[in-house]
Ligand binder design. Structure first.
Ligand SMILES: [Zn+2]
Length: 218
């Protein structure tokens, strides 16, 4: 299956981190992607960073299409300008979405000392669980950055799933799940290339049918 990693949507209402604009998409781009994945069991959706667009833009469009997604907010930014607040987090859960942890700030989890590691890997999921009312056991390391040490630490702490960003196909029940990032230049060609299996089949079927039609005319 394909797992998409989505960042912010629409116009940012806060200053973005350097390079972060690469992962922002327009409302129209998001809608095209959501339309392409509606009804597909082989595609999963995740949203990183906990931008306020998760609740304001993505949530209603997911609900409208009967889609669910897993959200990975930053615990330390809950309630800050441009990010979801506690009420938004609960709205996501009430609408059937799941919550995982993206940490407290936006640190590379491979380079954490003791105190910082506890905040990023323990305090963050704990706060997210308290605020959302659900256990938080899935993790999406910022920047998709991980190493063996981090993975064994997450395993020991009971992580049920860890999402990365190297793209490609994911196995349905894998513990380490590669995701494909939505980037600012996503267009129909990208959608066809990444999510196009079904369209590809349709296209092949279409070619076959037109050949049959041509033969029938002879
Ligand atoms: Zn992030």
């Amino acid at each position: 299956m394909v797992i998409l990693a989505i960042g912010g949507v629409g116009r940012p209402v806060r200053a973005l981190d350097p390079g972060e604009d690469e992962t922002w998409v327009t409302v129209e781009q998001l809608e095209r992607v959501l339309d392409a994945v509606t009804g597909r069991e082989d595609v999963r959706l995740t949203f990183d960073d906990g931008n306020s667009s998760d609740v304001e833009i993505a949530l209603p469009r997911l609900v409208e299409r009967d889609l669910t997604a897993e959200f990975f907010p930053l615990a330390g930014r809950i309630g800050q300008r441009g990010f979801i607040d506690a009420a938004g987090l609960r709205r996501l859960v009430e609408a059937g979405m799941s919550i995982g942890s993206h940490g407290w700030e936006h640190h590379d989890w491979r380079r954490l000392d003791g105190r910082l590691a506890r905040r990023e890997l323990e305090a963050a999921p704990k706060l997210l669980a308290e605020l959302s009312g659900k256990p938080v056991q899935a993790y999406a390391p910022p920047f998709g950055a991980y190493d063996r040490r981090l993975l064994s630490r997450l395993r020991r702490s009971g992580a049920t799933r860890v999402y990365t960003t190297e793209g490609g196909l994911a196995s349905r029940d894998g513990w380490l799940q590669p995701r494909t990032e939505l980037r600012h230049d996503v267009d129909q060609e990208w959608i066809d290339a990444v999510l196009g299996e079904r369209d590809g089949l349709y296209r092949r079927a279409g070619r076959f049918l037109s050949r049959v039609a041509r033969l029938a005319q002879i």
